[in-house]
Ligand binder design. Structure first.
Ligand SMILES: Cc1ncc(COP(=O)(O)O)c(C=O)c1O
Length: 444
């Protein structure tokens, strides 16, 4: 660019970067002081920001100031140790730093040659994760953004490979399965669950099915479908088996929780979200398949401008999923796996399970409360009893509005249930004690 047309960069990487890092450090330290659920009205944050962009560039300092003053009150703090809603997640420090490096490198792995390191690190880290989780060594793994995309990709390959017209899943499968079926024009066939919220194999109807999606760790109760029995039915019927272990798959790093992996080795594809319970920042969804050639057949489309020698094409991970441009997501996964190691992952997962078990015990012992689903991992489903659905819903609203904790709800057998999900790596026993105390106060 000619000197007279050069645009002054109002940002100093080191000075502003240091300020940003200090802000991040301060943020992570004061999480317990912030209301977990954003206490703002719809439209409020937007109304506090200029409607048009600036004509002249502003210093980065101004951006950081507005993050603190304007945006922070409009954030629900997913990083809070008192976030117990949905599935509690954590963006750990190695993951945060690796995201910075990935943004600085800005590699776009459309082809192997456009980023050999990103492509090869991705396939290596997926092999590492497979070893940690006890998956078959021969599986091919790559990263998608979310489980919704991973499941969509698996179902596209399943449709292509089997020619089937239906997707079969339990009534407790995540809505992303129904959404994928809808996008693909496939029939969704819902299978009833048993008393422990697991798919009933005797009710499986595989006529004209492209795929069954079995879930290990359902969204409502974290129930575990009988994967082995489902896999045997799929094998006999020539139907693709996709396993959605978006949340619970990470737990397989702990030998005592690996019972929930039974039969997964027979699956055609599997999704585990590293951004759910593997302490990796959003987004990082791990998709493995024992049939990579079927994935490649479904997704490979190489226009002239992207042609390279065949042996390179086969390595390009864009050949195995919907996106062409692929960001360097494996860097953060690699950083977390290296900095935590197997033992660090196990310790964090065990602590979450221990805290959920403690909470479950308090609910069971206290008159006026009941646990309403088995607890295989770190999520407790419970409610006030006797108490109407409306009373339980009002209780949830009160406790969330207090800002002390954030929990979510579900509906089980037609009845409203509260859900407390432990999973944030910073959550301590004191936080769970506070959650129980806040709930009892709100109920009083
Ligand atoms: C079991 C299960 N599968 C899939 C998803 C969708 O995950 P994502 O937000 O990565 O698409 C969720 C979300 O919580 C889930 O609980």
């Amino acid at each position: 660019m000619a000197a007279d047309r050069e645009v002054a960069a109002p940002v100093d990487l080191v000075a502003d970067g240091t300020a940003a890092l200090e802000w991040v450090d301060g943020y992570l330290q004061r999480l317990r002081e912030l209301p977990v659920l954003a206490q703002v009205a719809p439209g409020e944050i937007r109304s506090r920001l200029p409607a048009s962009p600036p004509e002249q560039g502003e210093p980065f300092e101004a951006v950081l100031r507005d993050v603190e003053d304007v945006l922070l009150p409009g954030l629900t703090h997913w990083q809070s140790p008192r976030f117990f809603a949905y599935f509690a997640v954590s963006s750990s420090v190695p993951g945060i730093l690796a995201e910075l490096l990935a943004a600085a490198l800005n590699n776009v792995a459309i082809l192997w040659r456009t980023s050999p390191a990103s492509t090869e690190l991705e396939s290596l880290t997926l092999d590492w994760a497979a070893q940690l989780l006890g998956l078959p060594a021969a599986w091919h793994g790559h990263i998608e953004d979310t489980a919704s995309t991973s499941t969509l990709a698996a179902l596209i390959a399943a449709r292509e490979a089997t020619g089937g017209r239906a997707v079969v899943c339990s009534e407790h499968a995540h809505s992303s399965v129904e959404k994928a079926a809808k996008m693909l024009g496939l029939e969704l066939r819902s299978v009833p669950a048993d008393e422990a919220f697991r798919m009933r194999v005797d009710a499986l109807d595989l006529r004209d099915a492209a795929a069954v999606v079995a879930t290990v760790g359902t969204t409502s109760t974290t129930s575990v479908d009988p994967v082995r029995a489902i896999a045997e039915r799929c094998r006999d019927a020539g139907v693709w088996l996709h396993v959605d272990a978006a949340y619970a798959g990470s737990a397989w790093v702990c030998p005592e929780l690996a019972w929930s992996r039974d039969g997964v080795e027979l699956a055609d594809s599997l999704v585990v979200n590293a951004h759910k319970w593997m302490f990796v920042p959003m987004d990082c969804s791990l998709l493995w398949s024992s049939r990579p050639d079927d994935l490649r057949r479904a997704f490979s489309l190489v226009p002239e401008y992207l042609r390279t020698p065949d042996e390179e094409d086969a390595l390009s991970l864009s050949e195995y999923g919907p996106a062409l441009g692929r960001r360097f997501r494996s860097l953060k996964l690699w950083a977390v796996l290296r900095c935590f190691g197997r033992e660090g992952l196990q310790a964090r997962i065990r602590e979450a399970v221990r805290l959920a078990e403690l909470f479950e015990g308090w609910v069971r012992e206290e008159p006026g409360w009941e646990v309403v689903a088995p607890r295989p991992f770190s999520v407790v489903c419970f409610r006030r009893t006797p108490g109407t659905d409306e009373e339980n819903a009002a209780l949830l609203e009160r406790v969330n509005r207090s800002g002390e904790i954030f929990i979510s709800h579900t509906r089980l057998n037609g009845r409203y249930a509260l859900r407390l999900a432990v999973g944030n790596e910073r959550t301590t026993e004191d936080d769970v004690v506070l959650a129980w105390d806040a709930l009892r106060r709100a109920a009083a």
